[in-house]
Ligand binder design. Structure first.
Ligand SMILES: Cc1cc2nc3c(=O)[nH]c(=O)nc-3n(C[C@H](O)[C@H](O)[C@H](O)COP(=O)(O)OP(=O)(O)OC[C@H]3O[C@@H](n4cnc5c(N)ncnc54)[C@H](O)[C@@H]3O)c2cc1C
Ligand code: SF4
Length: 560
């Protein structure tokens, strides 16, 4: 059977009757499902990735992997399931002359939170008004105040450890509720910086080192244990002290949500009025294409900021805005590494526990990006692991007591500050579809166009200067050669490809995530962001998902 202009052979028709079908079981899809199921609406959650998520096996994969990287625990999830991009350009195709887009995501039940770090600061009020304040970027169709309560709900749901006093009213970001948990203890290394640098001025800003709000348990919370401090938060927390979206998948299922894993949505089909009337997905377990009739129902797209626009483009939806796939953003990262005069004793506790947030806003944003600094608690991270230190010394001919001393003296003094810089939304930074290359199930691969611009380069340079001065104040010797400032890493913060706004000429969705052109289609996730700010995106995306769920709940209540 062919549907519309598609030549898809449909083998099956989904028979169950749902109020809402959600595509993507990451945090945004799962939290939306839970909030809808709480009100007894019938929800179907469709997930492309595998449902086989054995945490112990994943942790074991990581422990035994020779090359340790964020994807290594999930190798057993099977080909086709973690078809998240890699850095060798096998999944994303880059336009000629594009710089490399370096961020990744996971296709698996629970999505990318399986390997997120778990830093969850809020956006600042200024992040929503970048154009009004600094004449760059664009303004959101909502303010910080519009989502402040949703932030509180998201923090309760996720389980965020943070210091209310430290963060309340910080840069104008008021908090109407306390964090559900006190902050995670700050690492010993942080105390070296707190003692020597707090209150000092660096490039005209007074430095304040704050405990970063974290999606990890400071105490037992929501049936999960307190953080045990063994430093493998990325790519996996073996004991689930760190939040991941399987928490909300479980809660949604307990409230009646149906979850189907191994189901890759291939296309959404609309009628003449722009309503989404059919979803077609491939059930990998049966290898059959299945159709769901969504007439009169609500569809929520929660497939993250590459797959969401990809599916819209492939389905020919939201075309009037000409914004689908545009404004792709990330937080471009660099780092400064140093050897401290006094030991900082890394590797005890989460990968980072403290940050410097004073550079997240300032007049310079009309010229270059704001940035957040994170103090690392994992030595030099992947730049030089303790194993590399050992190897280098062995190769230099050291052995016995001298070898042991050289390695331990270096490792306990290795310190790192990384900086995540703001990107501006640009229409040329985009996701489009390949005309020639398909993925393994015949959907065009995403083509990325991405530019590392002056706005980012200047921010990286400025942030590096800041780090150098902080290290000087803290008696640390910077290794400029091993630091990274003229190139960048991706932060995994993929944002902006289906932005929200006031009308279909300038945006894809409204401030509630409802698609201007297709009123029964909602989008949740960082793809709806208008600007990137400098805060890690997931808390804001979760808060916006809760806002979207509230709107859908109202709509469904009115219909019943
Ligand atoms: C290494 C790393 C570290 C990070 N650290 C942080 C951090 O410290 N703090 C922070 O805030 N953020 C962090 N992030 C970003 C964070 O992980 C994401 O913002 C967040 O997980 C996005 O959630 P989501 O639900 O929108 O998307 P995802 O979690 O990616 O979920 C989307 C789901 O949709 C499914 N899907 C995709 N296409 C289809 C389809 N066609 N049919 C059906 N299902 C589909 C996918 O399989 C996936 O499960 C990090 C990311 C990485 C990579
Ligand atoms: S430090 Fe260990 S226990 Fe704590 S969140 Fe990270 S991985 Fe989990």
């Amino acid at each position: 059977m062919a549907i519309g202009n598609m030549n898809l052979k449909i083998n099956d028709m989904e028979q169950d009757d749902f109020d809402v079908v959600i595509i993507g079981a990451g945090i945004c899809g799962a939290i939306t499902a839970y909030k809808l199921a709480e009100e007894n609406h019938k929800v179907l959650l469709l997930e492309a990735g595998t449902g086989q998520t054995d945490r112990i096996a994943f942790a074991g994969n990581y422990a035994t992997a020779v090359k340790k990287h964020p994807g290594s625990p999930y190798a057993t999830a099977g080909p086709g399931y973690i078809s998240g991009p890699d850095n060798d350009n096998k999944y994303y195709i880059h336009e000629t002359n594009s710089d490399k887009f370096k961020s990744t995501f996971l296709r698996i039940k629970g999505g990318t939170t399986w390997h997120f770090l778990g830093n969850v600061p809020r956006f600042l009020p200024s992040d929503f008004r970048l154009n009004e304040l600094y004449k760059v970027g664009d303004d959101w169709p909502l303010t910080y105040d519009d989502i402040e309560e949703d932030y509180c709900t998201a923090e309760m749901e996720i389980g965020v450890a943070g210091d209310h006093k430290e963060w309340n009213d910080y840069m104008g970001a008021h908090r109407s509720k306390k964090y559900p948990m006190e902050k995670i203890w700050q690492a010993y290394g942080d105390s070296v910086f707190i003692e020597k640098v707090n209150g000092q001025f660096v490039l005209e800003k007074e430095i304040k080192i704050m405990g970063t709000p974290q999606a990890r348990n400071a105490t037992a919370y929501n049936g999960r244990p307190a953080c045990a401090g063994n430093s493998t938060c990325v790519p996996i927390c073996p004991i689930q002290a760190k939040y991941d979206a399987t928490v909300h998948i479980k809660k949604a299922i307990e409230k009646g949500t149906a979850l189907k894993t191994d189901c890759v949505v291939k296309k959404l089909i609309k009628d003449d009025n722009g309503q989404i009337t059919e979803i077609v997905y491939l059930d990998r377990t049966t290898k059959k294409n299945v159709k769901i009739d969504t007439t009169g129902k609500i569809v929520v797209l929660a497939a993250h900021a590459i797959e969401t626009p990809r599916l819209l483009l492939h389905s020919g939806l939201a075309t009037k805005s000409n914004q689908v796939g545009k404004n792709l953003m990330d937080h471009l990262q660099g780092y400064c590494v140093a050897i401290s005069k006094n030991p900082v004793y890394p590797f005890r506790g989460p990968i980072t526990t403290s940050g410097i947030d004073v550079f997240r806003d300032g007049g310079y944003r009309n010229e270059f990006g704001a940035f957040r600094l994170s103090i690392g608690n994992d030595g030099w991270g992947r730049i030089e692991s303790p194993f590399n230190t050992l190897w280098d010394n062995l190769n230099s001919g050291f052995f016995g007591r001298e070898l042991a001393d050289r390695v331990s003296n270096r490792v306990i003094c290795m310190t790192r500050i990384s900086f995540s810089t703001e990107m501006l939304p640009k229409k040329d930074n985009s996701v489009t579809l390949s005309a020639t290359e398909m993925d393994e199930i015949g959907i065009p691969k995403p083509v990325i166009n991405f530019k590392f611009e002056d706005y980012n380069k200047k921010a990286m340079k400025y942030a590096f200067e800041v780090c150098k001065r902080i290290f000087e104040l803290a008696d640390c010797k910077v290794d400029e050669e091993k630091s990274q400032v003229t190139s960048y890493s991706g932060a995994g913060h993929i944002m902006g490809t289906t932005k929200m706004g006031t009308d279909e000429e300038n945006s894809v969705v409204d401030s509630f995530g409802c698609c201007h052109e297709h009123r029964n289609l909602y989008i949740v996730g960082p793809s709806v962001f208008v600007t990137s700010g400098t805060a890690n995106p997931t808390l804001t995306a979760a808060a916006l998902s809760i806002r979207t769920a509230r709107k859908i709940n109202e709509q469904l209540r009115a219909q019943k």
